[in-house]
Structures are given as structure tokens and as C-alpha cells.
Design a protein around this ligand. Structure first.
Ligand code: HOZ
Length: 426
């Protein structure tokens, strides 16, 4: 495979961009080698600067649920762009997307658009603190809620990938109200709540963890957190940046049957354009400025191009629930194929999957939290990553990230993916 142009671009990028990338995981630092520079994408495929094609299992880390360059979204953006790229003033489109989301996701009376998942989660925690009058919150080891200071404690995703234990620049004060414990461990939550009685504003959780590979919540776990929050007057925040509108039209709340108090969303709300959002019942959202005094603002919030892209994608997902049935079937087919492909190999494998989120851990024990994910064989994953890349399959360049399947992927693409995996020998 010729990657000369990518190599040249990476050398050039490193002169002007830290590490040559604008987000750390992209640098391939943990899997080794140099990142590919992407020129374009179409449907299930990514094309790099040298013209090589790859079946894409990142899909911009989730939002390309119907594949890249989905025609109605592109047409809507093109049409909208001629009326300006930003107003910094309200538009009817913002009402339309808010109304649409309310018909799709449970428990939402009001929604505020922001520009990223980081902003959404940061604002959600601020709102929970403002609403409850308490300062502390609980997050789980290996969960990632963006890069706001208070979240960079035992976080997954890029921090796990690069093995960054403490982030210089995050002051002890900024992180002192962040309480952490293991995922899927309800007793550890009870213990934190006991030790901090009446001081905890909220629990924030990825209802399906996606930043330490894919880790499903164990049966009853989320329901248990819901009960603790109800009992203690705390808010339950679902970070649905990955799961929202991907697991189902109503996201994890609907798929897993648990109601959150505040929900955060990410890039899928903009069909891949830079967007995030936080949403809740009116009783909570009325504390957000200008209605209340929990301040949050942004010129690009509700940006017309992002809104029209997101509106078009979400409407399609709402009107055609068959997309979710297809995604489930295709990803189950991929899971089964990979299990067969790895049968009889010299290395153990665990495949975790919820809907169209799936990941492979090279491990002989179940992967249910950050500790078990970190004990998996990372060097084997790294070799697997490069083997698949050479075979034209683009996986997340980290053992701590989830793969996202798009509905543009064909069964033939999946067969090719499985065939490539079957040739991997550790
Ligand atoms: N940490 C992000 C996924 N969990 C990666 C974002 C990116 O590199 O675009």
C-alpha cells in the first residue's frame, strides 16, 4: 500500500500542529506508525491522500450513522450555505430541530445547542450543580466526557490511549469535586455517596461506555444508579454523545429503558458538523440563562449549517426506524463473523457489542470496566489494527475506542472485514 503522500503530510503537519493532529488519538501514537491523512469519504469508505480506500468503522466517532456524504444532508447544507454560514441570532430552524428531538428522545422538554460534546457535558454538570446547590459529582473510571478540567480525572479515550495519569494544567481545585469509581460497580457508588452525603449534585455516565472500548452496562446497573439518584436528590446525567440517536431514535434512555435527568448529545445532532447539546425536563432547564442564572452561551450555538444537517439526518432516522433494525442486524453479523474468524487462534478475544457499537479486546476475561479493559493485550490490538489497515479496514487507532458501524456498510464489506480478521495470527 502506497502511503507516500500521507507520510509527507504528517511530516509537514508536525511543523505547525502539535503532534501533527488536532485531536490526540488520531496520531496513531499508541498503535504505532504514522496517521493516514484523509482526503474524502463516501458511504462506507474513507479515501486517504494517496487514494487508498478503507471500509470505515470510525464514522467520525459515531455521527455518520448512515454513512458518509449522505445525499439529503449534503444537499441541505449546500442549500443553506448560500444564506450565510452564521448569524449569531435565533432562527426558525433551531425551533424545528428542538421540536424534532423532543419527539424522538424521552424526558426532554427543552434543549440547548452547543458546539461539542465537551461543551454539552461541561454545561450539564454546571446545570446539575446550579439546580441542586451541591458541588460534587461522580464520574466513572474510563468514561470520557470531553476535556473540561473537571472531567480529566481517570478518563478514558485519549488519556487511556496515551496513558496520561494526571494532566498538567488541571489544578487540584478544578478536579477536587470530581469523585470517581469503577464502571458497573454499584456498591462503589453507594460508598462514594455515603462518604459525601448531601454533597453530590449528579452522577454522569456513558450509559454504554464507549471510551474504553465498548462496555455494556450490566443488567440493573443503570436502574440502580437511577434509584440512588432519586433517593439522594441527585441528578442522573446520561452522556449520550455516542449512544444518542445511534442505539435507537430515543438513544440509550429508550434502548435501555432508563430515564436520565439531563442528557448530553454530540456530533450526531449536526450529522458530523461541530455540535453538541444538553437537554432535560423544563423544571431543570429553566435554570439555564437567560431563563435562569446558570450561564452558558456561544456565538456558534445553533449554527444554521449544523442545524440543517442535523435536522435532515435526525428526521430520516425518526421516519425510518428500519435503519436501526438494519444496523442491529449488520453489527450482529459482524460480531458473529469476528467470533468465527478468531476461533482456534492462539490468543483470547472478547467482543462487546451494543447495537451498532462494537469493540474487540484481546483478553481471556470479561471486559466490564476500565481495569479489565486495561489488562487486555494492547500490543496484540496494535498489531491487529495495522493488519486490518493493510487489508483496507479502518478501525479506531486505539484499544480504548469503540467501533461505530454505519448503515452504508454492506454485507460484502462485512464479509471482507471478517476475512481480513481471519488472516490475523497475533
Ligand atoms: N477521543 C475521541 C473519541 N472518543 C477522538 C476524537 C477525534 O480524534 O476526532
Amino acid at each position: 500500500m502506497n502511503i507516500t503522500k500521507s507520510e509527507e503530510l504528517f511530516s509537514r503537519a508536525q511543523q505547525s500542529i502539535p503532534g501533527g493532529v488536532n485531536s490526540p488519538v488520531r496520531a496513531f501514537k499508541s498503535v504505532g506508525g504514522n496517521p493516514l491523512f484523509i482526503e474524502r469519504a463516501d458511504g462506507a469508505y474513507l479515501y486517504d491522500a494517496d487514494g487508498n480506500a478503507y471500509i470505515d468503522y470510525i464514522n467520525s466517532w459515531g455521527p455518520m450513522v448512515l454513512g458518509h456524504v449522505y445525499p439529503p444532508v449534503i444537499e441541505a447544507i449546500q442549500k443553506k450555505a448560500v444564506s450565510s454560514t452564521s448569524f449569531g441570532a435565533p432562527t426558525e430552524l433551531e425551533i424545528e430541530i428542538a421540536e424534532l428531538i423532543k419527539t424522538m428522545a424521552p424526558n426532554i422538554d427543552m434543549i440547548r445547542m452547543v458546539n461539542s460534546g465537551t461543551e454539552a457535558c461541561m454545561s450539564a454538570v454546571r446545570l446539575a450543580r446550579g439546580y441542586t446547590g451541591r458541588n460534587k459529582f461522580i464520574k466513572f473510571e474510563g468514561c470520557y466526557h470531553g476535556h473540561a478540567d473537571c472531567f480529566l480525572v481517570k478518563a478514558g479515550s485519549g488519556l487511556a490511549t496515551l496513558n496520561i495519569q494526571a494532566v498538567p494544567g488541571v489544578t487540584a481545585g478544578a478536579a477536587s469535586d470530581t469523585l470517581t469509581c469503577g464502571y458497573n460497580d454499584p456498591e462503589a457508588v453507594e460508598e462514594l455517596v455515603r462518604q459525601n452525603k448531601g454533597e453530590v449534585a449528579a452522577i454522569i455516565i456513558e450509559p454504554v461506555a464507549g471510551n474504553m472500548g465498548c462496555i455494556p452496562p450490566e443488567p440493573g446497573y443503570l436502574q440502580g444508579l437511577r434509584s440512588i439518584c432519586d433517593r439522594e436528590g441527585m441528578l442522573l446525567i446520561f452522556d449520550e454523545v455516542m449512544t444518542g440517536f445511534r442505539l435507537s431514535a430515543g438513544g440509550a434512555q429508550e434502548s435501555l429503558g432508563v430515564n436520565a435527568d439531563i442528557v448530553t448529545y454530540g456530533k450526531i445532532i449536526g450529522a458530523g458538523m461541530p455540535v453538541g447539546a444538553f437537554a432535560a425536563r423544563k423544571e431543570i432547564m429553566q435554570h439555564v440563562a437567560p431563563l435562569g442564572s446558570v450561564y452558558q452561551a456561544g456565538t456558534l450555538s445553533g449554527n444554521p449549517l449544523a442545524m440543517v444537517a442535523g435536522y435532515t439526518l435526525l428526521k430520516e432516522l425518526k421516519n425510518n426506524p428500519d435503519h436501526y433494525a438494519q444496523l442491529e442486524k449488520k453489527t450482529a453479523y459482524l460480531e458473529e463473523g469476528l467470533l468465527q474468524a478468531f476461533k482456534g487462534k492462539s490468543f483470547p478475544v472478547v467482543i462487546n457489542r451494543v447495537g451498532s457499537m462494537i469493540s474487540v479486546h484481546f483478553s481471556g476475561h470479561s471486559i466490564r470496566d476500565f481495569d479489565s479493559a486495561a489488562k487486555a493485550d494492547i500490543p496484540v490490538f496494535n498489531r491487529f489494527f495495522h493488519h486490518m489497515l493493510q487489508s483496507g479496514v479502518y478501525l479506531p487507532p486505539s484499544a480504548f475506542e469503540t467501533w461505530f458501524v454505519s448503515n452504508a456498510v454492506s454485507y460484502e464489506n462485512i464479509d471482507n472485514t471478517v476475512e481480513a480478521a481471519s488472516r490475523f495470527n497475533g
